[in-house]
Structure formats: C-alpha cells, structure tokens
Design a protein around this ligand. Structure first.
Ligand SMILES: O=P(O)(O)OC[C@H]1O[C@H](O)[C@H](O)[C@@H](O)[C@@H]1O
Length: 618
C-alpha cells in the first residue's frame, strides 16, 4: 500500500510523524486474580474504572469555547499538513483514521492529555477484571472474547475457548448436514431464523448485511420485535422451508418479553406445520435463565452460554454474533483476529497512536463533552448499511445516562443516525450542508470497490466506484467548507477482519469517552423503566378486560362509559390509557367472551361506539 509520502512526492518531508504499526504482542501484565464474575457492593476490589472527575472541566469549557471561536482552518496547505500529521494508520489492518477535519486545537489536546492518561489507566484495570460496571457489580469482559488470555482467571479463559470451539463445531456440523432437521426435503438446514432484540439482534444483523456471501450455506432472517405483522411476514416468507429452518433464540437475560413472544409465535407456527420445534431450536442465553431452562427441559438441539460480564451491545464477539455468522459461512476467527489487533492498537497510551482515543477526543471536542452535537454515520458502502443502527445502541445505550459515577445529574449521551452514502445525500445532506449545525459526520470509506478483475469503466476513465469515491470526498469538502466537521475511517475492503476491527474500535472509543465524562457505559437503567411501564399497561388491560367481562354478565347488558370502566378498574387517573387500550382492542375485533355462559359476547366495537369523544365532553 502506498505510504503517505508516496502520495505527495514533491514534499517527502510530509511523512507521518509516527509509523504506527500495531504491536501484536500483548504489552501488559496479566494478574491471575481469582474472583467470581460478580461481586457484592462492598467488594474489596477497587472500582478502579473511574477517572477523577475533578480535573479542570471548567477550563475545558473555556478552552473549547475559545478555540471554536476561530472557526475552522481553510488553507489547503495547512490542512494537508494537519491531515498528514494527525493521520492514524494501522498498516496491518489497512485501517486509517483521519481526524484532520475536526478542529480541535493543540491547547485542547494538551488540556485533555491528563484525562486520557487516567482513562487509559482505568481501561487497563477494566481489562484486568475490575468491577467496571459498578451499578450492577459486574466486570466488563468483551475484550477477553477475542483474546481469552486476557481473562482474569483460568475458569473464564476456558469458558471462552470452549464456547468458541463449540460454536465452530456446531456450525460445521450443521453446514455439513451432520446435524439436520428431522423432516425437510433438502435433508439439511437451509435457513436461520434469529429471534432476539437489541444487542441480541443488531450485531448479527449488521454482520449479516456486511459479510454474508451471496449464496450462504444458510440464509438468515430476523424476528427482532413483538409485531405480529413482522413475525407473520417472516414465517410466511419461510413457507415450507420452515422445515429446514434452524431457529436461534438469543436473549442474554432469557426473559425479554419481545423475544419470548417471538419464540411462542414461532413455536405456534411449528405446531401448525406439524413440526417438532425442539429438533430445530437453539438457545443463546445465560445459564439457568428462563430461556436456558426451557431449552434444556424441552431438549432443544443446542444451547450456548452468554456471560453477565458481556453486555448485549458488546456481544457480537460472543456466541450471539459468532454462531449466526459461522452458520452463514463467515470466517468468525478472522473477525476475532481483526478485533484483537484493534484491541492491541487501542491499548496504546499515546493519544496519537490510539485510534479509539482519537475518536473519543473528536467526540468530546465536537459535542463539548455534553452531547451538544449528533453523530451522523455515513458508510459509503451498501454492505455497511446497518453499521449506524448498530452504533446507535452501542453509543447511545452506553453514553445516554442520567447520572455520572458521582451521582451528579448529567443527562449525557451522543445521538447517532445515518444510513449510507451516497444515498443519504439525496435525503438529508441538504440540512447538513446548510441547515442547523447540530452534528458532526463520520464517513466510513472502503477503498476497494469490487474484487480484482471485476471492475469496468462506465465512461472513459471512470468507474461506478469512482463516483462513490467522488461523492464521499465531495460531501466531506462541501460540509467542511461550511464549517461542518467530519471524521473519516478508511478500510481497504469489507472483510471479517476489517468488520471485527471496526467493532472493536468503536467499543473502545465508547469506553474511553465514557471515562472522560465519568459515566458507567455498561448498564442501562432507563430501559428497565420502559419495560416496567409496559408491564403496567398490560396489567391495566387485564383489569379492563375483567371489568368488561363482568359488565357483559349483568342484566340488562348496559354499555359502560369510560369513566365507569376507569372507576371499576379503581384507576380513574388512567382513563386515557384505558381509552387507548379499548381502542386498540376494538381495532383488533377483540370481542369479550364472558366467563362461563353468562351474557353474550360483549363486542368492544359496540362499546367504543357508545363512548365517542364528543359524548365524553358532553
Ligand atoms: O439479550 P436480552 O437479555 O434479551 O436483552 C436484549 C436487550 O434488552 C434491553 O433492551 C437492553 O437494554 C439491551 O442492552 C439488550 O440488548
């Protein structure tokens, strides 16, 4: 690959300052700490993953404000020097990071240096097994998945290695037909139906879109929601191939309602097709979870473990991501190698040599450390379409926190959106170029357009890929000309290794950024609140049903007003939710069958007709 100096023969002196090739040998001492994977709150173990928050934040704000007043550098010669000077190159991975179009000042970098050193130290403790998720009293071990020797004790190390071997062996046996469905015309599994949500879906979906071959040994589809229409669509598309479908049910907790509903719906489809689900079901979940026990008791084909020290949004390198990928014929060990190589690079304590730290620096600068700008992710490659959706969970569920580690209310976060270029240029780049300046862009550039020998010129000297390249560069320039900042991550091509590296790069960047802003990146309390509220709606619905059933038994059957239903539910304050519940049930023709033989079915449609809004306000 041409070195940078080759790009500008007239100025040989403009070689990058550091020839940054990742050192592959692990450069840190491993303590053989033997302790459980979960410790109680008064653990002797230091919660070592906290960066002192009393570092001069106020100076930071002043530094940020002052430096930004000057606007962005526009002199091409100065910009070229900045590009060369700050360009990060991982030559072995062929991954580059260009931060030259983010206007951070030298003064800002100097101001952040002590905070990065503290973050690097805390990250080192995290990798050694410190309780880096203090709110849940857990370690954070996704880095150990791609280098089991990092695990803090031999028990975990063996678990990681055995699970990887089991995933590879199972995938080989399914693809070879050694493990096959009991009754399918093809005599082997041809489809995967993945049932899971959040981190139990987004990683597998991103990787399938990025890396699945055109004709995979098994084609994957996803049920990642509790939408009956979506579930019916997937099952209808499978049709008779349901008989040769391997259903992988993924849930770390083993109790997520949407996933459980998906499972029940799929099992119903199996029953209706006269198929034995247990002969085609696989579970990936924590040991002894509800899902794990169900799979064990029902004798499913296989079960693979998830660990409490791997979060859903960082589980792509666990069985969650590796099993679906392997079944599609994707080289999962290459993914792990790419991630491990990137992990080594992002262990550097030299800011300029650490691509994850460079990303965190840019995020902090662009967002003032408080999420003041959104992160627009624009891969100029169709196969990376789902990368931004993947990053939405990784970034926003990690950083979007109400309180910091000292209990201060900070409402932190960075919002992520984007799809792909150049397609998005025809959707919202107009606003990015000229509208509200509330974002920074991350371009993902893929240098190789087509496999060697497959390209052609659609006009003299120009290929289709040249257009894509031109659109990316043109958009980057046009945005920068109007003071819109951008980062560019470049890979040679989309391969398991480069995808593994991209995942690892962003996992570390999120972890470092969280340390800079002093939050716990590894729990998700806000999600629990939503789950709880959903449970309350369903509980209220059951009360409404009971009240309407009762009413249908009374003689004569009198339609109740909403107020009367709310009163009978002992929930007058929930009248609006009760109206919404009845509206939804009526829209789905949910007539109430009175218990026993009392009363006639109490049709909600009729009931709702009695309660039109103007009558309510009569
Ligand atoms: O894998 P599960 O336990 O089913 O959880 C699926 C998802 O549920 C919640 O939304 C969590 O916030 C996510 O981090 C998790 O990925």
């Amino acid at each position: 690959m041409a070195s940078l100096s080759g790009l500008c023969p007239s100025s040989p002196s403009l070689k990058p300052k550091h020839d940054r090739v990742a050192k592959l040998t692990p450069s840190f001492r491993k303590d053989a700490l033997a302790f459980s994977t979960r410790s109680n709150s008064n653990s002797k173990l230091s919660v070592a993953c906290k960066v002192s928050a009393d570092l001069s934040k106020t100076n930071n704000a002043a530094v940020l404000k002052k430096a930004k007043q000057g606007g962005l550098e526009k002199d091409p010669k100065v910009l070229w020097r900045r590009y060369v000077d700050w360009l990060y190159q991982h030559k072995e991975l062929g991954l580059y990071l260009d931060v030259s179009r983010v206007g951070f000042s030298d003064e800002f970098v100097a101001e952040m240096e002590p905070r990065f050193q503290a973050a690097f130290k805390a990250m080192g403790e995290l990798e050694k097994g410190a309780i880096a998720n203090p709110d849940e009293g857990r370690m954070v071990g996704h880095y150990w998945l791609r280098n089991s020797k990092l695990a803090p004790n031999s028990f975990l190390q063996v678990q990681i290695e055995k699970t990887l071997d089991a995933v590879c062996e199972f995938a080989d046996d399914v693809i070879s037909g050694k493990i096959k469905p009991p009754s399918s015309p093809e005599g082997r599994f041809t489809q995967i139906l993945s049932v899971g949500i959040g981190g139990s879906a987004l990683g597998p979906q991103f990787v399938a879109e990025a890396l699945a071959p055109d004709n995979p040994p098994l084609k994957i589809r996803f049920i990642d929601n509790t939408d009956p229409g979506g579930i019916d669509h997937q099952i209808a598309q499978l049709g008779p191939e349901l008989a040769s479908t391997l259903v992988i049910v993924i849930s770390k907790s083993g109790g997520t309602p949407e996933t459980r509903n998906g499972l029940l719906e799929v099992q119903k489809a199996f029953r209706e097709a006269g198929l034995d689900f247990s002969k085609q079901g696989v579970a990936i979940t924590q040991e002894n979870s509800l899902l794990d026990n169900t799979a064990r008791i029902e004798g499913w084909v296989a079960r693979f473990p998830m660990y409490d020290w791997v979060g859903g949004r960082t589980s792509e390198m666990s069985a969650v991501g590796l099993l679906p990928a392997a079944l599609q014929g994707i080289e999962i060990r290459e993914m792990l190698v790419g991630a491990s190589m990137m992990d080594n690079a992002t262990r550097s304590t030299v800011l300029r040599d650490n691509p994850a730290a460079l990303l965190a620096l840019c995020w902090y600068w662009a967002c003032d450390g408080v999420g003041s700008k959104d992160m627009v992710v624009l891969p100029y490659k169709d196969s990376l379409l789902l990368f931004s959706r993947y990053l939405q969970q990784l970034v926003m569920e990690s950083l979007g926190k109400e309180f910091d580690l000292d209990g201060n209310r900070v409402n932190q976060g960075i919002s992520v959106y984007g799809n792909k270029g150049s397609t998005d240029q025809h959707a919202y780049i107009q606003q990015l170029r000229e509208g509200v300046h509330n974002f920074f862009v991350t371009f993902i550039e893929v240098l190789r357009d087509r496999p060697p020998g497959h390209d052609w010129e659609l006009e003299p000297g120009v290929t289709c890929g040249d257009y894509l390249f031109g659109m990316l560069q043109g958009t980057r320039s046009a945005l920068y000309a109007n003071d819109r900042e951008s980062i560019t991550v470049t890979v040679q091509e989309v391969t398991p290794r480069s995808v593994g590296a991209l995942i690892a790069l962003y996992e570390r960047a999120v972890g470092l950024y969280a340390l800079l802003v002093n939050i716990n990146a590894y729990h998700q309390p806000g999600v629990e609140a939503g789950k709880k509220a959903a449970g309350e709606v369903l509980a209220l619905q059951k009360r409404v049903l009971a009240v309407l059933n009762e009413a249908s038994c009374e003689q004569p059957v009198e339609p109740l007003t909403l107020e009367e239903v709310a009163e009978r539910c002992h929930a007058p304050e929930d009248i609006e939710m009760i109206y919404k519940i009845i509206e939804h049930m009526a829209a789905n023709d949910r007539a109430l069958i009175a218990e026993g033989d009392c009363g006639s079915p109490y049709s909600l449609k009729v009931f709702l007709g009695e309660c039109n809004m103007d009558e309510l306000y009569a």
